[in-house]
Write a new protein. Structure first.
Length: 436
């Protein structure tokens, strides 16, 4: 009953918002009176309702109202539903020969507004709805080392979930904590208590979201397809086009901010504006990475004196590959690093084809052997200006932790992951600039 109530509220709120978008679009289109735009023939809401019903049905088909997805997964499903609905609506209008009665600009504006506002509206609704205890989903976590999962449930309010060991609605089993016999027993046991049991698979560095599941009926067994996503030729082509086009689009922004940054660097300390360093590229090929200079010209001398005074910094560098308080960094350089603006000249590397916009970290030549067994995997793809580990929300990652995250990125790449990383990068940079 509670699930049905929550589902009904979410559907009703989405329907109401889609109706609201209709009136917003109506107002905008009515006030577009350019000469090249045809005269607007008003569309009654009752004639437009079929569009809203198509969108709701597609959202329902994507199971948005049945499951509590993470924001980014749900956002992808919303975009997918709206894009499919857009083509369905235009196809219906063309086939029924009613397309001349509808303003095509009105429909385009409607779907653009829906894509921009519906995800934000759903965030607002869930933020309000999940403040109330009856609407939260109570989850039992079973297994060892469950603290990280419990912490995610408490922090990620969009899920509307909370850990509860006594009174729960569903169960999540961390399968790596048990052998297969024990795991089967736990699934059977909890399925007698609740209707939904979720299993976190043994393979933690593989995302099964886009995997195909094949059924062998006679054996009563399934196989799950696993691919190394960034080793597939079609994915490499798509990613190269995506990164190169974005790099070109962002290049005017680089030109806009370059002059003031260059002046600040020159005024702060003597030396060159750009700094070039040899890094490992695709297939281990060495290239010159371009950044804004953030260090003093006599940086090595300053570092040697600093390490003599603070020898404990050597151990910190071995683990995190950076110093707590690097004496080589200039005042402007520290600001550039904190805001990540020192990375902007790497757009030149992207345009030249040395790097991608998003990818693994461009490792230094002397770090090649430290990559260990991951060397063949990581060096098979182009490095990126930004990447998954930079936006993972975790500070002071060790070298090994970075490698683990980058292996996950390469194995599970899809264009949507790159879009998420890019959006999170813009947010992180904006927050750092706005906080100063």
């Amino acid at each position: 009953m509670r699930k049905f109530l929550i589902k009904s509220i979410l559907i009703a709120m989405d329907f109401a918002w889609l109706v609201g978008i209709f009136y917003i679009t109506y107002y905008i289109r009515k006030n577009i009176t350019w000469e090249m735009v045809p005269q607007f023939i008003p569309i009654p809401l009752n004639e437009f309702l079929f569009v809203i019903f198509v969108i709701i049905l597609l959202l329902y088909y994507e199971r948005i109202y049945d499951f509590r997805f993470d924001f980014w997964q749900e956002l992808l499903k919303i975009f997918k539903s709206l894009i499919i609905a857009f083509f369905i609506v235009f196809s219906v209008l063309a086939l029924t020969k009613t397309n001349l009665q509808y303003s095509r600009l009105f429909i385009v504006l409607y779907f653009l507004l829906a894509m921009m506002t519906l995800p934000l509206f759903k965030r607002f609704v869930k933020r309000v709805l999940f403040r109330f205890q009856p609407f939260k989903e109570r989850i039992l976590i079973v297994g060892n080392h469950k603290e990280e999962f419990i912490d995610e449930l408490r922090k990620n309010w969009y899920l509307g979930a909370e850990p509860n060991e006594d009174n729960y609605d569903c169960v999540i089993v961390l399968s790596q904590s048990f052998d297969t016999q024990k795991l089967s027993y736990l699934v059977d046991y909890y399925l007698q208590k609740v209707s939904d049991v979720y299993i976190v698979p043994y393979l933690q560095d593989i995302s099964f979201t886009h995997s195909h599941i094949f059924e062998y009926t006679n054996l009563r067994l399934n196989t799950i397809q696993i691919q190394n996503k960034l080793f597939l030729r079609k994915n490499i082509i798509v990613k190269n086009i995506f990164d190169r086009v974005l790099g070109i689009l962002l290049f005017p922004f680089f030109l806009l901010v370059h002059i003031p940054i260059a002046i600040l660097i020159k005024l702060d300390s003597p030396g060159k504006i750009f700094y070039k360093q040899k890094r490992l590229g695709k297939n281990g090929k060495v290239f010159e990475l371009i950044k804004y200079r953030t260090m003093y010209e006599n940086g090595n001398e300053l570092l040697e004196k600093y390490l003599q005074k603070y020898p404990e910094e050597r151990e910190y560098y071995k683990k995190y590959h950076k110093y707590k308080n690097d004496p080589r960094i200039t005042r402007v350089g520290r600001w550039l690093r904190n805001t990540s603006l020192d990375e902007l000249p790497q757009l030149l590397n992207v345009c030249r084809g040395d790097m991608n916009l998003i990818g693994p970290r461009p490792y230094m030549v002397e770090e090649k052997e430290r990559l260990g067994n991951a060397k063949e995997l990581i060096l098979r793809v182009k490095p990126g200006i930004t990447g998954l580990w930079q936006v993972s929300g975790r500070n002071n990652l060790s070298f090994d932790e970075r490698i683990t995250i980058e292996k996950w990125y390469i194995k599970n790449w899809c264009i949507w992951i790159d879009i998420i990383i890019l959006l999170k990068t813009f947010k992180a940079v904006w927050n750092k600039i706005g906080a100063r």
